[in-house]
Design a protein around this ligand. Structure first.
Ligand SMILES: C[S@@+](CC[C@H](N)C(=O)[O-])C[C@H]1O[C@@H](n2cnc3c(N)ncnc32)[C@H](O)[C@@H]1O
Length: 383
């Protein structure tokens, strides 16, 4: 693996060419950080939808192609109580990682708290730029932390690492100028506000109802406030003592036969920003699943279910003339609600993520369009 440097430089050049990386300091960090030392093995996802992960030691020259690429490398897996196997940790794809670092406008002299140490690769990038003493990172998994500490030491890095629930931050070393979370949250923990400097920023994948995106929040006097990133990104969910399996506590099952059929002009898969707004503004919360073709294992339809057992299914293949086929069952016409909310979103000019922002206070949070004063959620939602 002695020729890893040319691969790392090539990755840094590629990230600069794609526009994900802008500053020479992050170029140097990518070009000079040996990701292969921090990620020596990987769990490769199944090719088939129902297949198993394969555990591979990355010890051949060809593996350098994979390691120094814009690929997420899954590094820990665990069974869920449903019998599935899910990724529990990964080295985030470097293009996303560096985009987040650029978004946070990190500068020399700042102190950074990372939530989700994982392999330590992001910690290594941060320590390359700011020095070990300015970097603090916590992970809930003790084995990951001790492994990351050992491997970071092997490349000469000794940042501050701890085992803990990142939702609590790391109060002992606060305040921080930046907080970067590499796991998704359903609520923005108030401890992060408390541990940021005034004007400090935090970046996190915020998913209040399952759907969401990265949001960049600034600490103001009495609140956190900011907009979503224009580009979509997704992280694995934070594990919490009350939800160790990462699954949303909404096991709604369709209880009614799909007896009504019609067509709709609302796309089967509307934009993520529209679905986010719908989820926060509507009183009917929905659980989304896909129907799969038994032969090809490809998704064929979107399925929605509500708490009252009402359900609907919309074919992913258009029925022609800009329409899709909808089948519904139960007392609540679910797709009617989506059509209504989709029309509302069109009337607002089809806002993408970057026109949507949130304001977080200790007890509430609210969603706004374009400006914090243009609140869409009245009254604000409880945290
Ligand atoms: C995408 S991985 C982190 C990637 C990492 N930054 C890297 O560079 O390799 C997400 C991590 O979040 C951690 N995590 C999950 N729940 C957590 C919690 N409550 N507190 C701290 N870390 C948590 C997981 O153990 C996992 O290692």
């Amino acid at each position: 693996m002695s020729d890893w440097r040319s691969y790392a430089v090539r990755l840094a050049d590629q990230l600069r060419a794609s526009g994900d990386l802008r500053s020479p300091a992050w170029h140097a960090a990518i070009a000079e950080t040996p990701r292969h030392v921090l990620v020596p093995t990987v769990y490769q996802p199944p090719e088939e939808f129902y297949g198993a992960f394969t555990h591979t030691r990355l010890n051949t020259a060809e593996h350098l192609e994979l390691i120094y690429s814009t690929t997420t490398l899954v590094t820990a897996v665990a069974p869920t109580k449903d019998g599935d196997v899910v990724g529990r940790s990964s080295s985030t794809k470097p293009d996303l990682m560096v985009r987040m670092l650029e978004t946070l406008d990190i500068r020399e002299g700042q102190r950074i708290l990372e939530i989700g140490t994982g392999t330590g690769y992001n910690v290594a990038l941060l320590a390359h730029r700011l020095g070990d003493d300015h970097i603090f990172s916590v992970d809930i998994d003790p084995e990951l932390v001790s492994t990351a500490r050992r491997r970071l030491a092997r490349i000469g890095r000794h940042p501050h690492l701890a085992v803990g629930d990142g939702a609590q931050g790391w109060p002992a070393h606060a305040p921080y100028d930046r907080i970067i979370a590499t796991c998704a949250v359903r609520r923005v923990p108030w401890s992060w506000y408390e541990q940021l400097t005034l004007g400090g920023q935090l970046l996190v994948d915020f998913k209040p109802h399952g759907g969401g995106n990265l949001v960049l929040l600034e600490r103001k006097d009495d609140r956190l406030e900011g907009r979503f990133a224009a580009r979509f990104a997704a992280f694995m969910a934070i594990r919490q003592p009350d939800n160790p399996d990462e699954r949303p506590p909404t096991p709604w099952q369709p209880e009614f036969a799909l007896t009504r059929q019609r067509t709709t002009t609302t796309p089967a898969e509307p934009a993520g920003a529209m679905l986010f707004l719908r989820a926060v503004m509507s009183s009917t919360q929905l659980r989304q699943r896909y129907a799969f073709d038994q032969q090809t294992r490809r998704p064929t339809a979107v399925r929605l279910a509500a708490a009252d057992g009402s359900c609907c299914e919309v074919d992913l293949t258009p029925a022609g003339n800009g329409t899709w086929t909808v089948r519904e069952g139960g007392p609540t016409p679910l797709w009617r609600e989506i059509e209504h909310d989709y029309q509302q979103w069109c009337d607002w000019g089809r806002p993408g993520w970057d026109r949507i922002g949130i304001t977080v206070t200790p007890e509430t949070w609210a969603v706004w369009l374009d400006e914090p004063s243009n609140l869409l959620t009245r009254p604000p939602l409880p945290c």
